[in-house]
Design a protein around this ligand. Structure first.
Ligand code: NAD
Ligand code: GLY
Length: 364
């Protein structure tokens, strides 16, 4: 019997639960109906996830009197944009909705962020529920209320902070997620170990293969721990005034690698595994005594089939330029989240091009 866990995100009157278990479809319907008493609910999903899980959702609402309308966006980051949002507005408004019509955002981070943004802006805000089906979405994007879409100027540049009313994680949905995507999600899991929880890191070292193999109990406990950490960080700093930036460890370099390779080669988790290695090397070059942290990190990433070395064909000058559009960069000052020891990081200003390029070369 697998467990059913709950994590509370404490945000006053916008607090909510993250529920983690197996096939939580009926539970989701129960909460949604109990809280909002809707006549209709809108499901935003994507062209991969829809065919797999719309039926489970539909069955859970059978006989409830709630009519579900399904809206599938094309899968993939390239569709996380305002054009898709406009299409969704058109479809939803032409079918009719009111301020109590909830949105269910079901899928990975792409339909999660897009559906969340639609919910935040439709009629100036309708309630919504996150139903993450990728590991990355379960441990990161479905929690904390960052919603939004990309523009040709960069990723996630249009958006809103808008908290869901519930996050319902059915861990069994990972069974259809391609292994490469599972491993990319593990990069974010490993990140939580470095930024916050040395014990989580050690647990991953003792058996990351169990997660890759899909052991449900291990996955539930690991997703729970990551959600607890994210919930604590978000409760202390919902709008990223300071602390929340620590969730971006590895992302300054990682996002730039994704952009330099035109989002066609690296999954997000793969970009940030390289980013975490390079940023850890930067911390060492700045004089931080990190012991064997970098080696342990590399070892864990390798076991999860994640890349650890910067792409040879990418010029570090290009990465340096791209890092200037990172949201942490202030007035041209590149700031990075760097570890001071396993389980602890801080935001460091004044990273120089020389140090960055040396770290890049050292990791190659
Ligand atoms: P994604 O939504 O594109 O999902 C990855 C792939 O897996 C897609 O092809 C998707 O269709 C497929 N998929 C998802 N669940 C599946 C399942 N159970 N079975 C089969 N296929 C499945 O991307 P992602 O990796 O989940 O998330 C990345 C996105 O999340 C990025 O846009 C990123 O900016 C965003 N993000 C947001 C936050 C936040 O706080 N809002 C945090 C981190 C990342
Ligand atoms: N994924 C970063 C954040 O939610 O702040």
């Amino acid at each position: 019997m697998t467990s059913h866990e709950k994590v509370r995100v404490d945000l006053g009157d916008r607090s909510y639960d993250i529920e983690i278990g197996v096939a939580l479809w009926n539970r989701l319907a129960e909460v949604l109906i109990g809280r909002f008493h809707p006549k209709r609910a809108i499901v935003v999903t994507d062209s991969n996830v829809g065919p797999l899980y719309e039926k489970s959702l539909q069955d859970a609402f059978q006989g409830s009197g709630v009519e579900l309308s399904f809206h599938r966006m094309e899968a993939g980051e390239e569709h996380k944009n305002l054009e898709t949002v406009h299409q969704l507005y058109d479809e939803i408004l032409s079918r009719g909705c009111d301020r109590k019509t909830p949105v269910i955002a079901m899928g990975g981070g792409v339909p999660g962020d897009t559906g969340g943004f639609v919910a935040a802006t439709l009629l100036r805000g309708v309630p919504y529920i996150q139903v993450p089906t990728s590991l990355l979405a379960m441990v990161d994007s479905s929690v904390g209320g960052k919603t939004g879409v990309d523009t040709p100027h960069g990723k996630n540049l249009i958006g809103a902070f808008y908290q869901p009313a519930l996050v319902a994680v059915s861990i069994d949905t990972l069974e259809t997620l391609p292994k490469r995507e599972v491993c990319a999600g593990l990069a974010e899991v490993i990140k939580y170990g470095v930024i916050w929880d040395a014990a989580l890191f050690a647990e991953l070292e003792s058996g990351i293969e169990r997660l890759i193999a899909g052991d449900r109990d291990s996955l539930i406990q690991t997703v729970k721990r990551c959600c607890e950490i994210k919930a604590e960080v978000v409760s202390k700093d919902e709008f990223e005034g300071g602390l929340r930036a620590i969730l971006n460890y590895g992302h300054t370099v990682g996002h730039a690698i994704e952009a330099a390779t035109e989002y066609g080669e690296y999954l997000h988790g793969e970009g940030i595994s390289v980013g975490m290695v390079v940023e850890t090397e930067i911390a060492s070059l700045l004089g931080r005594d990190l012991g064997d942290l970098k080696d342990r990190l590399i070892n864990l990433f390798r076991r999860a089939n994640l890349p650890v070395a910067p792409p040879e064909k990418v010029d570090p000058h290009r990465i340096w330029e791209l890092m200037h559009s990172d949201k942490k960069t202030l007035g041209g000052d590149i700031r990075m989240v760097l570890p001071s020891k396993l389980g602890k990081v801080d935001l460091v200003p004044g990273i120089t091009r020389e140090v960055f390029e040396k770290a890049w070369r050292n990791c190659g």
